[in-house]
Structures are given as C-alpha cells and as structure tokens.
Design a protein around this ligand. Structure first.
Ligand code: ZN
Length: 261
C-alpha cells in the first residue's frame, strides 16, 4: 500500500485521537516520580555546563523564543546559575557555556528564525555576561538543539565537549539552563550515551541542578489563538517535570541543592 493511503491515514488519526483523548488525562505528575537530592562538590573534579542562557531564550522581548514579559521561572534559573558560576569561578573550576547561534537566514526547523549572529539574541543574558571574560569559561556556539552534536567541528570531527571534559579530567558535570525538556535534556541524554560508550573515561556523573533549569509555557488556548498546530502546546509544569523524569530515567542525577553552595 502506498504511503499516505486512506487506510494508513485512518489508522494514524485513530492514534492521534487516542493520545489526545481522555485516556491521557487520567495520568498525573505523581505517576512520574522524581528524586532530587544534594550534590556535593567537595573533593571532586566537577565542571559546570550552562545551556543557552542567552537573550534569545531568556531575556523578555528578545525574539520569538524569548519570554514575552517578566518570567519568574527564567529569573530563578538565571540567579541560581549566576550563583553557581561565581562559586565555580572562585574555586577555579571549569565552566562550559552553550550559545545557540545561527547564521542569518539559515533556518532550524521547526522553529522560527532565532538567535541569529549579530542580532545580540545569541549573547549571554546580562547577568551572565561577565563569563565572556572569565578564564575558567569555554564558550561553544551551536546551531542545533543538542549541544553535544553542535560541539562537533564539521570539518575535523573534533568534539569540544569531549575535549573539555577529557582535558579537565572531570569526574562529574553539573548542568543548568534552558529548556529543561529540549536543549538541556538532549545534551544530557547524549552525554550519558557518550559516557557509557567509553568516549569520556573520567566522567562518572551527569548531574542536573533543577533550580537552575527552566522551560517555557505555551498553553493550548494560546496555541489555538495563535493558529499554531495543537502539537505546539507546551505546558510548563508538565514539560519541565517530564524533562527531569526522562533524564533521571536514563541515568542522570537530579539535584535540588549543591553543597558548598
Ligand atoms: Zn537554535
């Protein structure tokens, strides 16, 4: 039967109706339990990874993927990240920052144009701009969701994340940033696979610091009002939770506090 035939379309639409129907509404967040603990930096070689805390994602009004107005969740993420980064800087620990950064006019489907080079939207948020001058910080521009993939030099095949962790002989990385269920999650899941594949011998733990993460809120009524497809719906509490759950279920450690912090 050819792809897209009426019989296949009927089967697909049945699946969509089921997923979008009442069956899914019987689940609650407690069905996906999270266990968050304290992560102790003391005596360990730990690097901080800051994912995409840039204007285009975290400064109100800076493009289509930034908050429309003041956003308490994003502000919490930035303040927690700033405190962590200053601690890491003070203790001489390494920091790697991902900056989503696109060549103007080159799209990243399914998203609208964002964080184009030269727009300023690809720059760190003002509260973290001091890291651009830090000797401890390594800035990595990326043009895709997954920072691990974006860190691969297309010509040489060298991976800036692997080199950073190996150069610093890190036993653990502590990850913060935006969005919990998108760029943070894709990076963490891929890093776990790279670790398990033996690409990063020193790395034991991949830790996600929940107070330093945030995602965006796009409720169904807003999606409908904007004329977007229903799949653009992105309720913040649920997607933040699901991102944390999926990372933990694949082997990441979730932290709600960082000791010595
Ligand atoms: Zn992007």
């Amino acid at each position: 039967m050819p792809v897209g035939s009426s019989e296949e379309e009927t089967a697909l639409s049945c699946v969509i109706r089921f997923i979008g129907g009442d069956a899914l509404n019987t689940f609650s967040l407690s069905d996906l339990p999270l266990a968050l603990g304290a992560f102790d930096l003391k005596g360990r070689s730990v690097g901080l990874v800051i994912v995409d805390e840039i204007n285009g994602f975290a400064t109100p009004g800076c493009g289509p993927l930034a908050p429309a107005g003041p956003d308490g969740c994003v502000e919490r993420m930035i303040s927690q990240t700033d405190r962590l980064a200053r601690l890491f800087e003070k203790e001489g620990r390494p920091i790697l920052l991902f900056l989503d950064s696109h060549e103007p006019g080159k799209l990243e489907p399914p998203y609208p144009p964002h964080c184009e080079r030269g727009s300023g939207h690809e720059m760190l948020v003002p509260a973290l701009a001091w890291l651009e001058k830090s000797d401890r910080a390594r800035l990595v521009q990326k043009d895709c969701i997954n920072g691990f993939i974006g860190a691969i030099d297309a010509e040489t095949g060298r991976n800036a994340v692997i080199e950073w962790i190996n150069d610093c002989r890190l036993a653990a990385v502590l990850v913060v940033g935006i969005c919990t269920d998108i760029c943070v999650m894709d990076f963490v899941l891929t890093l776990l696979s790279a670790r398990n594949h033996g690409l990063i011998p020193s790395l034991a733990d991949v830790v996600v610091y929940e107070p330093g993460c945030a995602t965006y809120d796009l409720p169904r009524p807003t999606v409908d009002a904007l004329g977007l497809p229903a799949t653009a719906t992105h309720p913040r509490e649920l997607t933040h939770h699901m991102g944390l759950y999926l990372m933990a279920s694949r082997g990441a450690i979730l932290a709600s506090t960082v000791l010595q912090f």
